[in-house]
Design a protein around this ligand. Structure first.
Ligand SMILES: [Zn+2]
Length: 250
C-alpha cells in the first residue's frame, strides 16, 4: 500500500471539523508523517490507531505545522516508550518551539533529530529538504522511492526552487493560501492557487494537490484557478482524503 492521507488542509488556524497542515504517508508498511499542525494528532490516531509512526518530517516552526508534534512527544514520553527513538527531520526552530512547551524534559529522549534543509536516507525514502522563502526557515520536502516522488512545499513564497522540489513528482502538494492581496505584497511568503499551478507546471509534476487553504476561502475557486495554470490533475486537500502514490496499487 502506497498512499498519502490528508490529516489537515487549513492554513493558519483550523475550520470546524478540519485541521491544519498534516499528511500521513503509508509506503509498504512504512509510516511517515509530514507536518503536524493544529488538530492533526487525533486524526493521525484515527488513521493509525496503534499510534506507531516510523518518522516525522516538519517543514517549519509555525504552530499550524508543528504544534501537534508536542502531543506526539507526550504520547511517547509519558505513554508506552522503551522502543527506539522516533526519527524527526526538521529545521532547528521546531525544536525551540516544542522545547519551550517542555522546559523540564529532554526532547531527545523521544526524538532522534536530523536537520532540515538537507538530504537523508529515511526508511525506504531518499529525503531532500530544500529551503523555501517564508517568514521563518521553511524546508520544502521531497521523498522518493522506486522512482516515485512525493513533494510538499510547507509554506512558501514564489521561487524557482519549487520547480526543483517537485521535479517530475507523482504528486506535488503545494500550499495555496490565497490571502487577500497576496500578489501585491512587497515580500512574498505565501502562494496563490494560480501560482501553485504555475510551479507544478514548471516542475513537470503529474498531479497537484492544493492545501493550506485560508479559513473561509472558496476551495472550488482555488482549484479552478490552479487548473488554468496546470494541465495535470488538480486535487484539493480534504481531511481524510487518501490518494494512491504511483501508477499501480501495491
Ligand atoms: Zn502555515
Amino acid at each position: 500500500m502506497r498512499q498519502v492521507t490528508v490529516l489537515g488542509s487549513c492554513g493558519a488556524f483550523p475550520e470546524p471539523g478540519r485541521a491544519c497542515s498534516g499528511f500521513a504517508v503509508d509506503w509498504d508498511g512504512y509510516r511517515l508523517v509530514l507536518d503536524l499542525g493544529y488538530a492533526t494528532l487525533p486524526r493521525l490516531l484515527t488513521h493509525w490507531p496503534d499510534g506507531a509512526v516510523d518518522a516525522v518530517v516538519i517543514t517549519h516552526e509555525h504552530p499550524d505545522h508543528c504544534i501537534d508534534l508536542h502531543g506526539l512527544f507526550r504520547m511517547r514520553f509519558y505513554g508506552d516508550s522503551g522502543g527506539p527513538r522516533l526519527p524527526l527531520y526538521c529545521p532547528p526552530g521546531v525544536l525551540d518551539r516544542i522545547g519551550g512547551l517542555e522546559p523540564d524534559a529532554d526532547l531527545e529522549a523521544v526524538f532522534e533529530v536530523h536537520p532540515l534543509p538537507g538530504s537523508h536516507r529515511m526508511g525506504p525514502f531518499d529525503l531532500t529538504g530544500l529551503s523555501l522563502p517564508h517568514y521563518v526557515p521553511n524546508a520544502g520536502v521531497r521523498v522518493q522511492a522506486d522512482g516515485i516522488a512525493l513533494a510538499y512545499s510547507g509554506d512558501t513564497g514564489p521561487t524557482s526552487v519549487l520547480a526543483e522540489l517537485g521535479r517530475d513528482a507523482d504528486l506535488f502538494i503545494v500550499e495555496a493560501t490565497d490571502r487577500e492581496g497576496e500578489t501585491s505584497r512587497p515580500v512574498r511568503n505565501l502562494l496563490t492557487s494560480t501560482e501553485a499551478g504555475h510551479w507544478a507546471r514548471r516542475a513537470g509534476a503529474r498531479r497537484l494537490m492544493l492545501t493550506h487553504f485560508w479559513p473561509g476561502n472558496d476551495r472550488a475557486a482555488s482549484v479552478a484557478a490552479a487548473r488554468l495554470a496546470f494541465d495535470g490533475e488538480v486535487l484539493a486537500a480534504e481531511e481524510d482524503l487518501t490518494v494512491t502514490l504511483g501508477t499501480t496499487d501495491h
